[in-house]
Write a protein of this length. Structure first.
Length: 464
């Protein structure tokens, strides 16, 4: 934002989420003016609003959708691009009642690449009818959604304060530039050594792993039977792996390696070695890993070993407790499993556990939604502003410890990359943060930004 100019706030989102309604709320119909925007054939609405003592320009991109051909997303994008290019802040609206749609996801992905501040708005959230959908929108990677009802005028004062706050942050960042390190560029410098996997727009890469006889083959067959298979078995990347593709409700899924199904060929090998090494191969190619555990046997040390591999490789994970049909005391079994995971897998807190029977198919429909959810979380991005608002609170609640008699000065955090979520902590002697404090921060991040079932990386960078 250039100083002296009126800051520009752009309202964007797919059609029908309530952009115009919000615009009218913020601007008031009186003030609405219509002006031409170069590059698009349709007019866009622009108005002024007063926030505190400050005048801001508000641009409504509604109605621009019809301007360009192609898909809904293509239309939204082409038409909104020009407006977004001038935005100091984007209000990205979703419909809290409809939940997050594929068009929202696409748009969010596009916005994340624009490198402009985005405030996620869950509109139509009057009452609290849409709580779960609001929750789901965390997965868009645009921070905590702000629930409002444009039509009923709920949550608007909160929204105005947020807008004012974000625009103030802009001014401050600009001022900071000379002295303090600049956030986002620092993040990309710091992550030189770790290149983020490209955003995968193709199928979701899924691996199903577990000990022999946990029921992996049965599960794969059930999945392929229940979902429409679009390609048959084809040679995979390793000598004896098989790769198949199928479609679930959200799109295509590639089973990267149906490991374990080859077990018959290798009976002479020690069972542990087979399952762990085969799992390792499979999960290297996967984005999400389903760890199948035989509920009749409970969590075995080898299951934990595989789970730790998943963590080490940075993959998202869902635990599938199979053979649920044959479990006599379900409550006791669930408790035993949860306790074991809680104690032995602290680094993957809150990992989703799904129970089903691969054999009968009961409960199997819960699996793919859980997989999709951790995949979204694995891909998510938390904005620097959001992150540091949380970080300040975390420092206040629990001050950094003394190291060699001096208190560590931790300054700020940024998310360097996703897949898995990787954060960088900057501060004087940040690299000396003790393990316990690091765990406190990681657990806090996991809770505050809702990141269950994915590894969280926290790197440290010392500053002068
Ligand atoms: P746009 O296409 O994104 O500009 O959406 P509109 O502003 O035209 O709104 C689309 C529809 O959603 C209209 O029927 C509005 O009345 C309705 N709408 C907008 N805001 C709210 C809201 O807060 N709650 C509910 N229930 N409906 C809303
Ligand atoms: P894999 O070695 O992990 O591929 O395991 P399989 O799919 O070959 O299954 C091992 C055994 O467990 C077979 O006898 C299956 O019939 C049985 N099994 C698999 N899933 C279930 C289930 O949900 N319930 C029960 N009762 N048995 C199952």
């Amino acid at each position: 934002m250039q100083s002296g100019q009126t800051p520009c706030v752009v309202i964007a989102g797919r059609p029908n989420v309530g952009k115009s309604t919000l615009f009218n709320r913020l601007v008031g119909r009186r003030q609405a003016i219509v002006s031409d925007m170069p590059g698009v054939t349709r007019d866009y609405k622009e108005g002024e609003a007063r926030l505190g003592g400050r005048l801001i320009r508000i641009v409504d991109t509604a109605g621009l959708e019809e301007a360009a051909p192609d898909t809904v997303f293509g239309r939204m994008r082409a038409s909104s691009e020009t407006a977004i290019g001038q935005a100091d802040l984007i209000l990205f609206c979703i419909d809290a009642r409809a939940g997050v749609t594929p068009a929202d996801r696409h748009f969010a992905q596009f916005l994340r690449r624009q490198n402009r501040p985005v405030l996620l708005i869950a509109n139509k959230a009057e009452g609290s009818a849409a709580q779960t959908e609001v929750y789901e929108s965390f997965a868009l990677g645009l921070g905590t959604p702000l629930a409002v009802s444009a039509e009923h005028g709920e949550g608007l004062s909160h929204l105005m304060r947020e807008i004012a706050d974000r625009l103030k942050g802009d001014e401050k960042d600009a001022l900071d530039e000379a002295g303090a390190p600049v956030r986002d560029t620092d993040a990309s410098d710091a992550s030189d050594d770790e290149v983020e996997a490209p955003i995968n727009t193709g199928p979701l890469h899924l691996a199903i792993v577990g000990r022999p006889n946990a029921g992996k083959s049965t599960l794969v067959n059930a999945l392929l039977g229940a979902e429409r298979m679009i390609t048959g078995p084809e040679p995979g990347l390793t000598r004896d792996s098989i790769s198949v593709q199928f479609r679930d409700q959200k799109g295509e899924v590639q089973l990267v390696d149906t490991a374990g199904m080859r077990k018959k060929a290798r009976v002479e090998e020690k069972l542990e070695r087979i399952s762990v090494s085969a799992s390792l191969e499979a999960l290297k190619m996967a984005e999400v890993v389903v760890l199948v555990i035989d509920a009749l046997l409970g969590v075995h040390e080898q299951d934990l070993q595989i789970a730790r591999l998943i963590e080490r490789e940075g993959r998202a994970c869902v635990i599938a407790l199979n053979k649920w049909d044959a479990v006599a005391d379900r409550a006791a079994t669930m408790k035993a499993v949860s306790d074991r995971l809680e104690i032995s897998l602290a680094q993957m807190k809150g990992i989703p556990v799904i129970t089903f029977s691969a054999l009968t198919g009961a409960g199997i429909n819960k699996l793919m939604p859980a997989v999709r959810q951790v995949h979204d979380i694995w891909n998510c991005r938390v904005s620097t502003g959001e992150l540091n608002r949380w970080f300040e609170g975390a420092l206040e609640r629990h001050a950094p410890p003394l190291v060699d008699g001096r208190r560590l000065k931790l300054r700020y955090m940024t998310q360097a990359k996703a897949r898995p979520p990787t954060f960088i902590l900057f501060g004087t002697r940040a690299e000396q943060v003790p393990e316990a404090y690091r765990r406190y921060l990681v657990n806090g991040l996991r809770e505050a930004f809702y990141l269950p079932g994915v590894p969280i990386r926290l790197q440290t960078r010392g500053t002068k």
